[in-house]
Design a protein around this ligand. Structure first.
Ligand SMILES: Nc1nc2c(ncn2[C@@H]2O[C@H](COP(=O)(O)OP(=O)(O)OP(=O)(O)O)[C@@H](O)[C@H]2O)c(=O)[nH]1
Ligand SMILES: [Mg+2]
Ligand SMILES: [Zn+2]
Length: 373
């Protein structure tokens, strides 16, 4: 059996290489231990049955190019996904990602990730680039914390994009405005007001560097829950992780010129909070691309959708049709035209991605049909 690292009691688990670690005396007993696994976010009162004795149920806690760091409730160690999981169906979102539950098996003197368990929730975005592709950002998460700074990072349209992405994930969104200590109260108040359009999404306004300021956010992260932080580079995700978890992840300066971060975090990583929740820090996203599978937004634009059903024509495009309730609201200054524009743009984009996804699926099935001929 490959060697295991000694049990790690810290909240942030430095991963022990399989090559030069020591065998922990409790390594065997700790295997598939329900209470231990519940402490790292396992949600059920029972455990699935292992295919082979010795298989270890683990959670993926970090993702590297060719390997994963996994945790079995007592130890963190490195394991390699078997080829089937590395190239899963050509769809990258089906490969194990941080937060996933996997079966890990000892083979020769290495640990291998042999199976991916079904996900309770997963945050997926369209992969960067033109080709149709999907990338999962985090799996089995309860909450997605959308983090943005009160500086030039503040952008309502971008928040709408994140909310759209989260809507299809099975997790709940929270908004976290950071860096409020750097700006006048008046500016923060304006931003708060602007955020009131997302009034059904819980909101937190914080100085990520100040423990008292993040206390209300900390209360949201209950024992056994998993949350993931997403947002642009420089938004303060790692600063928040450090504050909430009491760890010391690298954080980076933001460029004065344009307020952009420097992509300091490069790997996704799950850490445990003292309160018993798990938190996943992620690298800043350059692009929020849809997969086409996001659910049509009901809550995000419910004001517009409520108006739309009042239009005279069922197929009203809300442009210049007579009896258009949406245009009437814009004229009466009850609806921000930028929001209307955004609603349209997101719908068009989702439809385009959906068409791309269908085309991709057709091509894949043609390919597999010709292979089986
Ligand atoms: N004053 C103040 N500075 C903050 C706050 N949040 C983050 N910062 C600073 O903003 C910079 C970027 O923070 P990070 O935590 O590295 O940002 P990140 O979102 O992890 O960025 P990437 O890892 O690049 O995606 C650092 O210099 C932080 O100290 C805040 O609430 N107040
Ligand atoms: Mg970071
Ligand atoms: Zn209309």
């Amino acid at each position: 059996m490959p060697r295991l690292g000694a049990a790690n009691r810290q909240h942030c688990w430095p991963v022990i290489s399989t090559r030069n670690a020591v065998i922990a005396s409790d390594a065997i007993e700790s295997i598939n231990d329900l209470p231990a696994l519940r402490r790292i976010g396992w949600h059920s009162d029972t455990l699935p049955v292992a295919e082979q004795s010795g298989d270890r149920l683990c959670r993926v806690v970090a993702q590297h190019r060719a390997s994963l760091d996994v945790h079995d409730g007592a130890h963190s160690f490195s394991a390699k996904p078997i080829p089937k999981l590395r190239h899963a169906l050509g769809d990258a979102s089906q490969r194990p990602t941080v937060g996933d539950w996997v079966w890990v098996r000892a083979q020769a003197d290495e640990w291998h990730v042999v199976e991916l368990l079904p996900r309770r929730s997963v945050l997926i975005r369209g992969a960067a680039g033109d080709r149709y592709g999907r990338q999962s950002l985090a799996a089995n998460v309860d909450k997605v914390l959308i983090v943005f700074g009160a500086d030039r990072d503040f952008n309502l349209r971008r928040i709408e994009r994140y909310l759209t992405l989260v809507a299809g994930s099975g997790a709940t969104a929270l908004l976290v405005l950071t860096k409020i200590d750097k700006f006048e109260g008046e500016q923060i108040e304006q931003q708060r007001q602007a955020l009131s359009q997302f009034d059904d999404v819980p909101q937190f306004v914080v100085n990520a560097k100040d423990s008292a300021s993040v206390a209300p956010l900390r209360e949201q992260l209950a024992t056994g829950e998993t949350a993931v932080l997403v947002g642009s580079s420089g938004a303060g995700k790692s600063t928040l992780t450090n504050q909430l978890a009491g760890v010391d992840l690298r954080t980076g300066k933001v460029r004065d010129r344009d307020g952009r971060g420097r992509h300091t975090t490069v790997t996704r990583q799950l850490v445990q909070l003292p309160g018993g929740a798990c938190l996943i820090d992620t690298p800043g996203l350059r692009e929020i691309k849809f997969t086409g599978e996001e659910q049509a937004q009901t809550a995000l634009f419910d004001d517009i959708e409520e108006l739309a059903v009042q239009c005279r024509f069922r197929d009203c495009q809300h442009e210049s049709e007579p009896g258009c309730a949406v245009q009437a609201a814009v004229t009466a200054a009850q609806l921000d035209p930028a929001r209307l524009q955004s609603w349209r743009k997101l719908a068009v984009e989702r439809a385009e991605r959906q068409a791309q996804a269908e085309e991709y699926a057709r091509r894949q099935s043609r390919k597999s049909a010709s292979r089986s001929r």
